[in-house]
Design a protein around this ligand. Structure first.
Ligand code: GDP
Length: 280
């Protein structure tokens, strides 16, 4: 090993340490940061670096690319098609922004000429149906729910059936959450999913949940076939590093981000600006 290579190894380690600190602060899981470091050490060829200029830039670019890769599970999620009926089930803990995001998702598609509809299968939280009703009415999106019925599976099935008959092409099922990951919640998700046979299950994650993201995403994935992730509250301080955990735990991509409380504060996920923000 030449002297230059030893110096470059030092530059590489310094660079990795700096970026590791930033990533941990951005809530990226420690294990994923370590995996990233290992991969970078494999990818960055120190002998090549020794000859080149701008070593730090080369290393930073390699880390950037590696993080983009970690956010790509390698296969796209199911994409509903306009004019063809799809059922999309939303899951996530209470407070993650699930109900708000259901309407945003419906509204986003409605603006593009779809015929979306919302089903409130959250019978756990008092006020859930009112909230969905209010949002749906504001966006002029048909909705279904009940104040009386306490069985979420029954409501979900009835709502999906009704909107299938009405030829809606995007039937969105909002489900209940709990404050914690509880057995009862996951059993309920499993039953709603089994009864409505969703084409896509969307996991909604609050960008500020930090290191809890991996376990949370994994727990949902173990009960229902999570196929894509939406990260909410990206307008806040949190950088959303938990998204890497959610992708790793569910092996599915992030497809949208929420950027505010309003209906139109919703964007298609774009990996490069997301990673830039993670890094600093
Ligand atoms: P749920 O319990 O998961 O259905 O969560 P809600 O949809 O009721 O959202 C919980 C809170 O988060 C509400 O006050 C929402 O307005 C807020 N919220 C949801 N998404 C976003 C977002 O992208 N940005 C911000 N700032 N607030 C959001």
């Amino acid at each position: 090993m030449s002297n230059a290579t030893i110096i470059d190894e030092k530059v590489l380690n310094e660079c990795l340490n700096e970026i590791t600190r930033a990533l941990l602060q951005a809530d990226v899981q420690f294990k994923l940061v370590r995996d990233m470091q290992t991969n970078i050490k494999k990818i960055v060829n120190l002998d090549d670096l020794a000859a080149g200029h701008n070593k730090r830039k080369i290393i930073q670019q390699a880390i950037f690319n590696e993080l983009c890769k970690m956010l790509d599970p390698g296969k796209p999620s199911f994409t509903p098609k306009k004019g063809k009926t799809s059922v999309v089930m939303f899951v996530g803990l209470q407070g993650s922004g699930k109900t708000t995001t259901c309407t945003k998702y419906a509204y986003y598609h409605q603006k593009k000429g779809w015929k979306p509809a919302l089903v409130c299968a959250d019978t756990f939280r008092a006020g859930a149906f009112d909230q969905l009703k209010q949002n749906a009415t504001k966006a002029k999106i048909p909705f279904y729910g009940s104040y009386m019925e306490s069985d979420p599976v029954k409501i979900a099935v009835e709502g999906v059936e009704r909107f299938k008959k009405e030829n809606c092409d995007l039937i969105i099922v909002d489900t209940s959450g709990r404050h914690k990951q509880e057995v009862a919640l996951f059993e309920e998700m499993r039953q709603v999913s089994e009864a409505t046979k969703p084409d896509l299950v969307l996991f909604v994650m609050d960008s500020s949940i930090g290191q809890a993201a991996f376990d949370q995403a994994q727990a949902f994935k173990q009960s229902v076939a999570v196929g894509a992730v939406i990260v909410t509250k990206m307008d806040g301080h949190a950088k959303g590093g938990g998204a890497l955990s959610a992708v790793a735990a569910t092996k599915s991509p992030v497809i949208f981000i929420g950027t505010g409380e309003h209906m139109d504060e919703f964007e298609v996920f774009d990996v490069k600006p997301f990673v830039s923000r993670l890094l600093g």
